[in-house]
Design a protein around this ligand. Structure first.
Ligand SMILES: [Zn+2]
Length: 106
């Protein structure tokens, strides 16, 4: 089970963007990578394409980073924390903050 899911709030814990927080836009399980809002911005040179209303120039865009470089932010601790997993009454897996026991997945 992946520790991070789409729309999670995560913090980058290592690498060039360490310390930044953002929302998970996309998860790439096979590549072990995640796309995080406002993290690992790369500049892409684009050609103008009037049909798609794309102006030429330099566009800034998020690039995926390794999933091991991010940690889920606990809303109660308001900090990145290690998560445990527990099985809910209906059999679903829920992530639980190991520090304060807040259940992340309602
Ligand atoms: Zn917590």
């Amino acid at each position: 089970m992946l520790s991070v899911r789409k729309n999670d709030r995560v913090q980058v814990i290592s690498g060039a963007d360490a310390g930044k927080q953002g929302r998970v836009l996309q998860v790439f399980p096979k590549k072990n990578r995640v796309l995080v809002e406002h993290v690992h911005i790369i500049k892409r040179h684009t050609r103008p394409n009037p049909q798609k209303q794309i102006k030429g120039g330099i566009a800034e865009k998020e690039a995926p980073i390794n999933i091991s470089n991010v940690q889920l932010v606990c809303p109660t601790c308001n900090a990145p924390k290690r998560m445990g997993v527990r099985i809910a009454g209906d059999g679903r897996k829920q992530r639980v903050c190991k520090k304060c026991a807040t259940v992340i997945d309602k």
